[in-house]
Ligand binder design. Structure first.
Ligand code: UT7
Length: 326
């Protein structure tokens, strides 16, 4: 029997501090009404002194406990993030130390909001190839540190959080059926954080020009996202010979409720079968899908044998999907 990977444990964590739309009304020229109507977001969590690896640690502990896996059994830790502890070493290395996962290799992966699904594909392929049996994958972001809190077009959107999954080798029918990864770098400037890398190294000029903050062409991105995701979800189901009606749950990246609804409509899926949590967390980028997955698992909304579709869209531009038989 060929190897397959299966998610055997999930976990999630978000910082305690809550920032509501009403709090934001006091900081920038915005309103709860605008944010709710245009995005669906009501509040988000903001890290105080916690770094990405601290968020990872809490989510990972839960996922490991749910899977019944000890830190020493982990062979690889992948952290999908674009707001890691520091550019080097990797946040995955910090997490390895904090968990005491002494036998694990560790690296970060940056595919922006698609990072978790890119990581899922990498982990799945390591396991399918027979190279590894047990992998910890985390999506974690502390986007609040890279947001211009005077820019109303971005500061209302993002939040901090982490979600983790443990993937284990199986030869059964359940598990990850397929993953699909895409990118178009021509649209790199739709969402970017231009300062701090080798193109624009940190300097007084990059600080002065606010180049260390997220920039986004929101409306342009919105249009590409809706179009791209509609095709992506239909293609993913077709590849697996599954009709939309056979889907138990859609777990989309949580950027905008209007985008999520458009994708659900394309699949003729009632919103009761769509995981939505951006009202409470905002856009947590690579953490949004694993947080949503952990919530539906813990609420008992998915059961053994259910087909679940995960999809994402973000900076790069990148987009990705995965079909899972739970
Ligand atoms: O996670 C990665 C992927 N990201 C996405 O997929 C995000 C996709 N984009 C979006 O979700 C939406 O485009 C936004 C929520 C970012 C913006 O919504 P929109 O309906 O596309 O609004 P817009 O950017 O076209 O702006 C409409 C108006 C503008 O005013 P004028 O020019 O019409 O007078 C903005 O200046 O809304 C104004 N505006 C705001 N008003 C109040 C922009 N931000 C705000 C704000 N509060 N926070």
């Amino acid at each position: 029997m060929p190897y397959r990977s299966r998610i055997t444990g999930t976990g999630s964590y978000a910082p305690e501090q809550v920032l509501t739309n009403f709090d934001l009304e006091k900081k920038v020229d915005t309103s709860d009404e605008w944010i709710t109507e245009r995005t669906g977001i009501k509040e988000r969590r903001i890290a105080k002194d916690e770094a990405a690896s601290d968020l990872c640690l809490e989510a990972s502990k839960q996922a490991l406990q749910a899977a019944g896996v000890k830190p020493a059994d982990i062979e690889l830790i992948i952290v999908a993030t674009m707001s890691g502890d520091m550019p080097m070493p990797s946040t995955a290395s910090f997490l390895q130390k904090k968990l005491g996962a002494k036998h694990a290799a560790a690296f970060d992966l940056n595919a922006a909001c698609s990072g978790f699904l890119y990581g899922l594909s990498v982990a799945d392929n390591f396991i399918r190839s027979g190279a590894m049996k047990t992998i910890l994958l985390v999506g974690a972001e502390v986007m609040s540190k890279f947001i211009d809190w005077q820019d109303r077009s971005t500061c209302v959107l993002f939040g901090d959080g982490a979600g983790a999954v443990v993937l284990e080798r199986t030869t059964g029918q359940r598990g990850i059926l397929s993953t699909h990864l895409y990118s178009d770098g021509n649209m790199w400037d739709y969402i970017c954080l231009p300062g701090g890398g080798s193109q624009n190294p940190p300097s007084l000029k990059t600080l002065k020009n606010k180049m260390h903050f997220v920039k986004m062409k929101g409306n342009e991105t919105f249009k590409v996202a809706v179009r791209t995701l509609e095709k992506l979800v239909l293609d993913t189901l077709k590849k697996n010979n599954i009709k939309p009606s056979g889907l138990a749950m859609l777990i989309p990246h949580q950027a905008n409720l209007r985008i999520i609804k458009a994708t659900a409509e394309r699949l003729h899926l009632p919103m009761s079968r769509v995981a939505v949590n951006l009202d409470r967390y905002g856009n947590t980028s690579s953490a949004s899908i694993p947080i949503a997955l952990d919530e539906v698992v813990r609420e008992g909304k998915i059961k053994k044998g259910d087909y679940i579709l995960l999809e994402s869209f973000g900076a790069g531009l990148t987009w990705a999907s995965a079909l899972i038989k739970w």
